[in-house]
Write a protein that binds this ligand. Sequence first.
Ligand code: AQP
Length: 332
Amino acid sequence: MSKVIYSAIQPSGIMTLGNYIGAVDNWQQMQANEDNKCIFALADLHTITVRQDPKKFHENAMSFYALLMAMGLDPKKSILYFQSHVQEHAYLSWLLNCYTYVGEMNRMTQFKDKSAKHSDNINMGLMDYPVLMAADILLYRTDEVPVGIDQMQHIEIARDIAERVNGIYGDIFTVPKGVLKKVGAKIMSLQDPTQKMSKSDPNPKAVISVLDDDSVIMKKFKSAVTDSETIIKYDAENKPGVSNLLTILSVCENKPIDVLEKEFEGLMYGHLKIRTGEAVCEMLRPMKERYNQLMNDKGYLLQCAKEGAEKAREIARPVLDKFRQAIGYVLI
Ligand code: AQP
C-alpha cells in the first residue's frame, strides 16, 4: 500500500527561501520515494483570505505553478494542480464547517496574527482557513502532510475534525500526520531572526525570494542581523541570527550543523554570511533557469494543470460522496 502525501502552497506574494527549504524541498524528496503517492496543490482558494490585486494574483498563480515544477515537482510523478480547479474542496469545506466549533477557530495562532495584520479585513475566510485546509487534506485520504512548523496547529485541527467525523460515521477519513523537516522547518527573517521568514514581510531585506538575482541575495545575506558576540555556534534561543544562517547553510551544502561549526572555528560572522549567500545562489541557480524556460511555455503549464485537476478530482469525488452518503444526502 502506497502512502498518500499531500501539501499545498498559497500563490501569494513571492515564493521565499523559507517556503523552498521548509516545504517544497521536502515535497521533492518525498516524490523521489516510489512508495509515495504525492499530491501537491496551489492553494489559490486560501489566497483570497487576504485581499489580492487580480492581475498580480493571476500572474502569481502561473508563476508559482512553474516554480513548483522548476523545483523538481514532476506532473508525471505527482499530482500537481490548482485547488480552485477541483470544486470538491469548497464543497467538503462547507460540510466540515458543520463539524467544527467556532471556539476552535478562535484559538488559531495564524487567525490571531493575520487578524492583527489585516484589521480592516477580518473576513470569515480568514477564520475558516483551517477548515478549508482540513478539507484539502482529508479529501485525498492523506497519510502525511509535509509542512513548516507554522502549519502544525492547522494539521492538529484537521486531525481533530477527521476523528470527530469518524467517531460519528465510521471510517470516512484517514487521520493525517504532519511531517517536519529535521533541519529547516522554520527559516527565520534575515532582519528579525526571532520571526519566521514571511512572504508578506514589508521589509524586502528580511526575505529571500527564490527568484532574487545573485547580487541581491548576497546583499541581503551581508546585511543579515546576527548578534554582538563573535562565536559561530548553533543556539536558536540566544543566537537566533547565527543559528538561522547555519541552518540555511546546512541545508544548501547538505552538511550537519556541528560539522559547519567546526569549519567556522576562529572565523568571523562576515565569512558565514558570504558563504551562506553563495550557497543559496548556487542552490537556486538551476531552478531559476528551468523556471524561465517553463514561463515561456504557458500552454504546457496549463495542460499540466488541467491533467492534474482531473487526476485530483478522480480521487476526491468518491471520498466526498462517501461522506455525503454517510450524512444522509440523496446521491444521483
Ligand atoms: N519561514 C519558513 N520556514 C519554513 N517553512 C515555511 N513555510 C512558510 N514559511 C516558512 C511553509 O511553506 C508552506 C507554504 O506556506 P504558505 O503558502 O502557507 O505561506 P506562508 O509563506 O506561510 O505565507 P502566508 O501565509 O501567505 O503569509 P505570511 O507571510 O503572512 O505568513 C507551508 O508548509 C509553510 O509551513
